[in-house]
Design a protein around this ligand. Structure first.
Ligand SMILES: *[C@@H]1O[C@H](CO)[C@@H](O)[C@H](O)[C@H]1NC(C)=O
Ligand SMILES: *[C@@H]1O[C@H](CO)[C@@H](O)[C@H](O)[C@H]1NC(C)=O
Ligand SMILES: *[C@@H]1O[C@H](CO)[C@@H](O)[C@H](O)[C@H]1NC(C)=O
Length: 791
């Protein structure tokens, strides 16, 4: 029974077919082409030209055509607009002017505008098509709907097509869609399942226009034709790395409302560059014409990509982007966008063949040049003693040059010290005249250069593939979701990362250069930190962390993670400076939950921090035994001290437990601690004091209404907290304000209200104890994360 069902399924699948069989079985007949959004920009610029070319190529094929431009306006106003567009289509050079005029006239006669808004409009269209078929006794070959409309309209239109416009039996239905196909895995799944209600997967043709680029479309054919050269070297033993690069010089002005929601990773890396990556690394199909096998092999690569996280990416944003967002989105001057306009991502494939081979995907706006290419750089173990410019010592590489750049045309280039490639077919030629240009580091004369004899427009190419049912030039649902599965985790992990700001164009200098280190990628140069006022200047500076003023003291602000890293770095810098000067660093730390992330960062970087010469003091302590979870020291011990190599005698917990009792005045714990400070810390001046602020404005354990200023004469005091445990021991302002550096760390949305109030109130120690933090000779810095600062 089981076996029978299985066999039946196999049989059905074979019949249901991958496009291959259908492609062969495609019968000539009448084809109706409908461009929904037929008077829009894309249709005007590319689509009608592409369909005209299709018509010209098919004129003597036995197929007949009608073309419909669909739009929301009435036929009266839509028709003249459509015909203006149609009149502008042009013939290729080799067609004579007379013949061209004739073809254009026929094409215009076969075309008409239709209002396509309601279900009735679609039904009318279907009736019209059927009536025409009947009247002229034509057999129907298929119907092609090109949806050149925003993605949110897809599901609705697909539903209308399914309900009223399916062709007569035996004829095909193809519905073409343009990206964006969602903005993450979940939204792509939702969109796909909505479409699946109305359309079968093989009826959908999702365009990735990169797959229509001649060089991209010929990556697999090139790999197959040159298999005998490539097989031995297409692996981890010979490939140094793979780079897939799309550099643009334009900004995104005018497209901000769209772009700001997507950014370069969703706009370019998730689709175009990922597709190229798959074509370069997938197993070669036995039969290139088998859509099914090509898809399977591609999906295999997707599923072998090692997970991408923050450490596999760097992001940037061109400097004027922020102002463009503020302007086009009608936002205030303090609005920040974290949308990246530049990204470099490092991928690895978890397969024996490519183990450890770095695959870089890079794209950006406002870069120094416009160019797109994929480069396979091979290892070269030759050493040239006398002449390092000898050909065998030069880089060995294959460049799939998609277009633009120094070369200006699409080409496949193979270093002469690799092999002489086989010409793909009669549509390709070898370039013999080498102009004086460099292509990806090598003079043109160092390559064998192949280029298409005739350059095809991408859309014209893709439209001919749609017509031929070549579905592997398009993105299937599985392919789409597999790609989003790779990118979605990275996108979420970058959601709060501040991009590096770059000036744009040639001024970028080496700011966006990256460095690979094992599985990780980082910017090659350190970030220069500048204040927001300087951001407007044209210098090549950039910031990840913003500096400004808060309550007339210095302020540093960033997203939580960067802020904590910056604070940790500042503490380390202070430590190194103090140790250089006096051989020792005295650090006083607060309790509470805010500094936990800081403790973790310090613990992680413990190898480079001079813990051996650091003394750790407590800013305040709760009157509980140190072994209890409530104890500030206990927290500090668990999250930091036990992870670092600090001598025991450099650790100074507060003596809250004396004579078997907690914080009793007569036991003199506060005085003891003060004495220890005076004994060890020069002038009782800590090098660094870390403080937080409570919702009520308290800092250390100095609470509102507790007459904190009366404690001036001592460095340490017992205090009362309004919350349990009530008794505390705390440094006084007298101790805090002697410090050389004081950091006030405030994080989290919950503190935004407090920060807003603090920015307005005058000094008022009774109500807002934190306003008394004023180092006499030292420096106060507020560390506020964006949540606390901006809410
Ligand atoms: C199309 O519509 C019909 C009903 O009109 C429905 O039965 C079918 O499932 C729909 N979807 C597809 C993919 O055919
Ligand atoms: C921008 O916002 C202001 C205030 O909210 C409003 O008055 C104005 O009409 C907006 N302009 C645009 C172009 O949205
Ligand atoms: C101790 O502090 C004083 C100023 O308060 C300073 O002049 C002196 O150099 C310091 N000594 C050491 C060893 O750091």
């Amino acid at each position: 029974m089981f076996v029978t069902v299985f066999l039946l399924l196999v049989t059905l699948c074979a019949w249901g077919g991958n496009g291959e069989e259908r492609q062969e079985a495609q019968r000539p007949g009448h084809v109706s082409v409908v461009i929904v959004g037929g008077t829009g920009d894309l249709a005007k610029k590319y689509l009608w030209q592409g369909f005209f070319q299709l018509y010209v190529n098919q004129v003597s094929s036995g197929n007949t055509f009608s073309f419909y431009g669909g739009g929301l306006s009435l036929a009266d106003s839509g028709t003249p607009v459509l015909f203006e567009i149609l009149k502008a289509v042009s013939c290729q050079n080799k067609v004579s002017a007379e013949r061209c005029a004739l073809l254009k006239e026929q094409f215009l006669r076969l075309s008409q505008y239709r209002q396509l808004k309601t279900l009735e409009d679609y039904q009318d269209l279907a009736n019209h098509i059927e009536k025409q078929l009947q009247e002229e006794g034509m057999k129907e070959a298929g119907r092609l709907f090109y949806l050149s409309v925003p993605a949110f309209a897809y599901a609705d239109i697909a539903d209308k097509i399914n309900n009223s416009c399916r062709p007569t039996s035996g004829a095909w239905l193809r519905v073409v869609l343009e990206k964006p196909f969602g903005h993450d895995l979940r939204s792509a799944q939702i969109l796909s399942s909505q479409l699946a209600i109305s359309l079968k997967d093989e009826e959908m043709y999702r365009i990735d226009h990169y797959l229509g680029k001649q060089v991209v479309a010929n990556i697999l054919p090139f790999r197959i034709e040159n298999k005998k050269f490539l097989d031995p070297i297409w692996n981890k033993h010979h490939i140094e790395r793979v780079e897939i690069v799309l550099k643009e010089t334009l900004d995104v002005r005018g497209r901000i409302p769209f772009y700001d929601q997507y950014g370069v990773i969703r706009d370019v890396l998730q689709n175009h560059l990922t597709e190229v990556m798959a074509l370069l690394t997938m197993r070669l199909p036995l039969k290139l014409s088998s859509n099914k096998e090509v898809l399977q092999n591609k999906l295999k690569v997707f599923s072998s990509i090692l997970p991408l996280g923050k450490n596999q990416a760097v992001i940037g944003q061109y400097q004027s982007y922020k102002a463009e967002v503020q302007q086009e989105q009608n936002k205030t001057k303090d609005h920040n966008s974290l949308t990246p306009t530049y990204a470099a991502v490092l991928m690895h494939i978890d397969e024996a063949q490519y183990e450890g081979v770095p695959i870089l995907l890079i794209s950006g706006k406002m870069l120094d040049e416009r160019v797109g290419y994929a480069r396979i750089l091979f290892k070269n173990d030759a050493f040239c003693l006398a002449n390092h410019k000898a050909i065998h010592c030069k880089p060995k590489q294959i460049i799939f040059h998609f277009g633009h750049g120094t070369l200006q045309y699409p080409a496949i280039l193979v270093s002469k010290n690799l092999f002489k490639p086989v010409l793909l077919n009669s549509e390709w030629k070898e370039v013999m005249e080498h102009t004086d240009v460099n292509v990806v580091g090598l003079p043109m004369s160092d390559y064998y250069v192949h280029t298409p004899t005739e350059q095809h427009d991408t859309y014209t190419e893709l439209i001919s593939h749609i017509f031929a049912g070549r579905s592997n030039s398009f993105i299937s649902t599985e392919n789409l979701l597999a790609s989003w599965e790779i990118w979605t985790p990275l996108l979420s992990s970058l959601a709060t990362t501040f991009p590096r700001i770059y000036p744009g164009g040639a001024d970028n200098g080496d700011l966006l250069d990256i460095r690979l280190k094992g599985r990780e990628v980082s910017y090659n140069s350190e970030v220069v930190i500048i204040s927001p006022d300087q951001v407007g200047s044209t210098s090549a500076n950039n910031f990840q962390v913003m500096q400004g003023k808060f309550r007339s003291a210095d302020m540093i602000s960033a997203w939580a993670e960067e802020l904590v890293e910056r604070l940790a770095a500042d503490i380390q810098e202070a430590a190194e400076a103090s140790i250089r000067e006096g051989g020792v660093f005295h650090l006083a730390l607060s309790g509470g939950s805010t500094p936990l992330a800081l403790f973790h960062t310090l613990a992680l970087n413990h190898f480079s921090f001079p813990w051996r010469n650091t003394h750790v003091w407590m800013v305040d302590e709760r009157c509980v035994p140190l072994s209890e979870l409530d104890s500030n020291f206990n927290t500090l011990h668990d999250h930091l001290l036990q992870h670092v190599r600090i001598p025991y005698y450099n650790i100074h917990p507060m003596p809250v437990l004396l004579n078997q009792r907690l914080c009793v005045e007569e036991d003199g714990g506060a005085q003891l601690y003060e004495k220890e400070i005076s004994k060890l810390v020069n002038s009782s001046s800590f090098h660094f004091v870390l403080l937080g602020v409570g919702y009520d404005g308290h800092t250390a354990s100095l609470f509102p209404g507790s007459k904190v200023t009366e404690l001036e004469n001592s460095l340490v005091a017992l205090t009362e907290s309004p919350v349990k445990p009530h008794q505390r021991m705390s440094l006084t302002f007298s101790a805090i304000n002697r410090a050389q550096k004081v950091a006030l760390l405030v994080m989290g949305k919950g503190k935004h209200e407090l920060i807003t109030q603090l920015s307005r109130v005058k000094d008022n120690p009774e109500k807002w104890p934190v306003t008394s933090v004023k180092p006499a000779d030292g420096r106060l810095v507020w560390y506020l994360d964006y949540d606390a600062l901006l809410g």
